[in-house]
Design a protein around this ligand. Structure first.
Ligand code: MRU
Length: 368
């Protein structure tokens, strides 16, 4: 999407033709800095320390991590070791394992002396596919915005989103934001309520920033405000992303998503989950089997922000010995989801719904 009118992606190969460049998302929104990855360990660090984050983008970064590994040593053993190491960096988003399986699948059937070129070509293909897939998700979901815009006869369509399922979480477009960008670019009046998304504030730091940079009207709200806005009739629909959706339609996404789904359900507000096929884990049939990442207590007991002198600092918001828990994701049961929206269209968040969109999975997905 655009920053100052200039189109950007979140990951690309540098001018030297081999190093990998990313936007360092830990610096946003206070600074726009590019980081260069030169080794698979750099890629692993970028994923773990969340210089890159968001399910599709960590998959893309891992794919390029494999490219960097193949430059150093294209042997079978190195491929296995590095794929395992990259896959261990974050446990919840399935796109990480998906991308690594795609890369190893291609490279295992490629002679070692051809693996560097094959790896870069395939990583580029995965990134291009992510862009196309997210565009398609947006094209399907756009109809939902158009219908509400028609009913509201020119009034802004108010969309609530959680965390950052924007272009910063993907290679481009985003999943939840793709229909929003497409509606905005078509001239439809859209306005986005952005949950701040404690503890890491992906909504405040990333979603507001990227929507603003593209010119989409948005308002930051604290995580607890969504239910109140829904009760007042100030939310027309919700779009969120997913880190892993399992075969029965349960959705795992950033912590707090479940509470928004409950509030939307209670208020009769449509709650849509946008996801590419690479986010579906066909091997699980119950969202509660998904491993939930537990992150550091310090993310809860401290916050970082810009000080009046312009410097960025981290400061405590709790007493020094405070004990904190920090589960990073939660599970929204499919029954609370109005529809899943993938590159193939909309479906019910059920086994039947998903198999209707992906009939080739009949017989391969786990039985209910
Ligand atoms: O911990 P993060 O920032 O990687 O979590 C990201 C999310 O939960 C997103 O909503 C999800 O990955 C969907 S991104 C299209």
């Amino acid at each position: 999407m655009k920053i100052d009118g200039k189109p950007h992606r979140t990951i690309w190969v540098g001018a030297d033709g081999w190093s990998v460049e990313i936007i360092d998302q830990t610096k946003l929104p206070h600074a726009f800095e590019i980081a260069t990855l030169k080794t698979p360990q750099d890629a692993a660090h970028a994923i773990k320390a969340m210089l890159v984050r968001g399910a599709p983008l960590i998959g893309a970064t891992a794919a390029y991590g494999i490219c960097l590994a193949m430059r150093e040593d294209p042997s079978d053993q190195n491929l296995i070791t590095i794929a395992r190491m990259l896959g261990e960096q974050r446990p919840t988003a399935i796109n990480l394992q998906w991308a690594l399986q795609k890369m190893t699948g291609v490279l295992e059937s490629t002679a070692p002396d051809q693996r560097v070129d094959a790896a870069y070509a395939h990583a580029e293909r995965l990134c291009d596919e992510d862009v196309e897939t997210n565009h398609e998700i947006g094209a399907h979901a756009l109809t939902l915005i158009e219908n509400i815009a028609e009913q509201k006869e020119g009034g802004a369509v108010n969309i609530l989103t959680h965390c950052n399922a924007g272009w910063l979480a993907c290679v481009d477009w985003g999943t939840a934001t793709s229909p929003i960008y497409q509606a905005h670019d078509k001239g439809l009046p859209v306005h986005v309520w952005v949950d701040e998304t404690r503890p890491r504030n992906q909504g405040a730091a990333l979603t507001c920033w990227e929507l603003g940079a593209h010119g989409v009207p948005n308002t930051l709200i604290v995580d607890n405000a969504g239910g109140h806005l829904m009760q007042r009739g100030d939310v027309d629909l919700c779009f969120v992303g997913s880190d892993r959706t399992v075969a029965n339609g349960d959705v795992c996404n950033k912590i707090g998503t479940y509470l928004k789904a409950l509030a939307a359900y209670d208020n009769g507000i449509p709650f849509y989950v946008t996801l590419p096929y690479s986010t579906i884990d066909w091997s699980l049939n119950d969202g509660f089997s998904i491993p939930i990442e537990e992150r550091s207590q310090a993310e809860v007991t401290a916050m970082s922000g810009r000080l009046p002198d312009g410097s960025v600092a981290t400061f405590d918001i709790a007493a020094p010995d405070t004990c904190a828990a920090n589960p990073a994701f939660d599970v929204t049961p499919g029954r609370l989801v109005t529809a899943l929206i993938t590159e193939r269209g909309l479906c019910e968040a059920t086994t039947e719904g998903l198999l209707g969109l992906y009939p080739e999975r009949n017989g391969t997905a786990v039985s209910p």
